[in-house]
Design a protein around this ligand. Structure first.
Ligand code: NAP
Length: 268
């Protein structure tokens, strides 16, 4: 019998996860199907329990439920520390995972950028920044967090046990950085003319990773290119967080390039 997987969020109609995972299942000849489910916050617990009861193979959890879902799962250590779940497996009860940070690490890795002992300037203190900060700190990166609302950067840095700094000295912070990560929604469609940093404060040895993937070529990435820095787009993170969820659910090596192609077609 076909095994069902899904993503729960609200709204959910623009999710690229069904296309990405269904392409992977097709490629590997697996009798599985992945669907998007719009679930209201008040129904999240019942929806997760229902998925388990109906024998789902696994779930992704997306905005705005990642934090809430923690309450209804037995989270692994990283998801517990992050305080949010983006993947649920049903192999041993209802297990919560968070693959966003690994997705970001893999996006850098495939661009030839290692994070261990690197100075990482992370801009943002929302959900995505939180997952990246915990994962990167655990993997030995020297993370500094900065954010439009400085109190949030300070609170996140305290939770993670890393440094925080004010955005007003971005130029100085970038001089000491190997990797800049934009984990804010700045530059995201429809505000495509916005950028968190411009070319004049970047240096050629900098890797500039924008986790925004719509548009594919953000203004920040364009500025990085002009500065001779290394631009890395957000699609790779989306694909690799999904690939890791696939590994957790199925124990199989995911066809990453097939998944990437499906995402890129979905963004076209
Ligand atoms: P979130 O929890 O709502 O956090 C938003 C962050 O962006 C906050 O730090 C916020 O600062 C900052 N921000 C928003 N507008 C800003 C502006 N005009 N100027 C400066 N800072 C601004 O959102 P999230 O879930 O972390 O997602 C953030 C972005 O990452 C979104 O674009 C999302 O699509 C993308 N994302 C990509 C992936 C991927 O796989 N590539 C995964 C997850 C998320 P304040 O604290 O001051 O409000």
């Amino acid at each position: 019998m076909k095994q069902v997987f899904g993503v729960m969020g609200d709204p959910i109609e623009h999710s690229l996860s069904p296309a990405m995972h269904n392409a992977a299942f097709r490629e590997l000849g697996m009798d599985c199907e992945y669907h998007a489910f719009r679930v209201r916050q008040k129904n999240l617990r019942e929806a997760i329990l229902g998925a388990q009861a109906m024998g789902f193979g696994g779930l992704n959890i997306t905005v705005p439920h990642k934090k809430k879902a923690l309450e209804f799962t037995n989270p692994d250590t990283l998801a517990r520390r992050i305080g949010a779940v983006n993947t649920i497996s049903f192999n041993e009860g209802i297990r919560g995972h968070n693959t966003d940070g690994l997705g970001a690490e893999m996006a850098l890795w495939e661009a030839g950028v290692g994070i261990k002992s690197s100075n990482v300037l992370l801009i943002g203190a929302g959900g995505a920044a939180r997952a990246i900060a915990f994962h990167f700190a655990e993997k030995g990166a020297c993370v500094t967090i900065t954010n439009r609302t400085p109190e949030k950067a300070e609170a996140l840095a305290e939770d993670v046990g890393c440094r925080h700094a004010g955005l007003e000295n971005l130029k100085g912070l970038l001089q000491d950085s190997d990797i800049l990560i934009n984990a804010t929604s700045m530059g995201m469609h429809p505000h495509i003319d916005a950028t968190i940093a411009s070319r004049d404060i970047m240096h050629p040895d900098l890797a500039v990773f924008d986790i925004v993937y719509n548009p594919l070529q953000t203004k920040l990435l364009h500025q990085a290119e002009l500065a001779g820095a290394k631009p890395i787009g957000g699609v790779a993170m989306l694909v690799h967080q999904g690939a890791e969820a696939f590994r957790i659910w199925t124990g199989q090596e995911p066809p990453v390039e097939v998944m990437r192609k499906a995402v890129l077609e979905g963004l076209d």
